[in-house]
Design a protein around this ligand. Structure first.
Ligand code: F6P
Length: 358
């Protein structure tokens, strides 16, 4: 029998609880192991006493399958190798995390994370001899070697629904609606939602744009007799001159959103159109996972348990060609996957007459 730990790390997304439930069901009911849920990512292992709970199958009701967020809590990107202290300094607390793993007597740990989390978890695993298996989650879908990560599909669904709701009000008021969506470094959410939601313009960091071209597209639409338009902008898109504006500053504090306002203002000035901007923000992360995320989450959870049984560590479960396989965690983090400007979806969008402003 085994005792395994599981933790969620980095930004939350829809489907994390579905992963937890799948791991617990397969590990306990089928294998007879014990599963320990670690609180707040690596912070639970750093705490004394260690902050963790035993996860039993009877507590893993189907409610969890549908529930957004993570019942274990997640790290607030607190890196144990450079842990921020109250006085502003940072200290290396990695040994405390490793000691926490030992205190719990864990045989292995499943980390649900994105590339930032995996880099930290791998370092911990190597330093302390921890047996690590990774499950990819990121709404941004920029992890390498897996076609899809948990949370992305729901985020695309939410952004698509936002366009469904913006279109009627845009049409009623003859407005250009700008929707800013998430994606720290990649335009996957913007591209997929833009196609699914019938956008006229999609701006992503992978394709450089000129406002002149975007304005020309809006003017074109007007000439054809349509008085409204939908523009999707990924948060990571810089201004036309290349300045990053992911965060706007209000009262000296960085708050969410930025580029959507820039595009909206510029478009209004250049075309005379009335524009409005919506920053979708964290709505893309919370909420119940859609069907595809639930399926991927549970397939990953079951497979991760099988990897531990097979003694395959330092591996990440991945979705490729309609199946779950396992890949090197290191390689997955090294080959982050942004939008391919020559890929199928960009080609599809261009075929539909969607402009990238290039
Ligand atoms: O990586 C996921 C993500 O949601 C990005 O899309 C976004 O840039 C970032 O996290 C937001 O981070 P925070 O929740 O810390 O504001």
């Amino acid at each position: 029998t085994k005792r395994i730990g599981i933790l969620t790390s980095g930004g939350d997304c829809a489907g994390l609880n579905a992963v937890l439930r799948a791991v617990v069901l397969h590990a306990t009911s089928n294998k007879g192991w014990e599963v320990i849920g670690l609180h707040q990512g690596t912070a639970g292992l750093m705490a004394r006493p260690v902050s963790a709970e035993r996860l039993d199958p009877y507590t893993m009701t189907t409610v969890l399958l549908r529930q957004g967020g993570t019942v274990l809590g997640t790290t607030n990107r607190g890196d144990p190798f450079a842990f921020p202290m109250a006085d502003g300094h940072s200290v290396d607390r990695s040994e405390e995390v490793i000691e926490g793993y030992r205190q719990l007597g864990l045989d292995a740990v499943i980390g649900i994370g994105g590339d930032g989390s995996f880099k930290i978890l791998r370092r911990l695993a190597q330093q302390g001899g921890l047996n690590l298996v990774g499950i990819p989650k990121t709404i941004d879908n920029d992890l390498g070697l897996t076609e899809i990560s948990v949370g992305h599909d729901t985020a695309v669904q939410v952004a698509t629904e936002a366009l469904d709701r913006l279109q009627p009000t845009a049409a009623s008021h003859d407005r250009v609606m700008v929707l800013e969506v998430m994606g720290r470094d990649a335009g996957h959410i913007a591209l997929s939602a833009g196609i699914a939601g019938g956008a006229d313009v999609i701006l992503i960091p992978e394709i450089s744009y000129r406002m002149e071209r975007v304005a020309a597209k809006i003017d074109d639409i007007k000439r054809q007799g349509r008085n409204f338009a939908l523009v999707v902008v990924a948060e990571a898109v810089p201004t036309e001159s290349g300045e990053p504006v992911t965060r706007i500053h209000v009262g000296g504090k960085a708050t969410y959103g930025g580029i959507g306002h820039y595009v909206s203002e510029r478009l209004a000035a250049m075309t005379g159109a009335e524009t409005r901007v919506t920053v979708l923000g964290h709505l893309q992360r919370g909420g119940p996972p859609d069907a595809r995320d639930r399926i991927i989450a549970q397939a990953f959870g079951v497979h991760a348990v099988d990897l531990i049984e097979a003694g395959k560590f330092d591996r990440m479960v991945a979705w490729q060609n309609r199946r779950v396989i396992d890949v090197s965690i290191l390689e997955a983090t090294e080959h982050s996957q942004v939008v391919d400007p020559k890929g199928t979806l960009v080609h599809t969008a261009r075929g539909l007459g969607i402009s990238f402003g290039d």
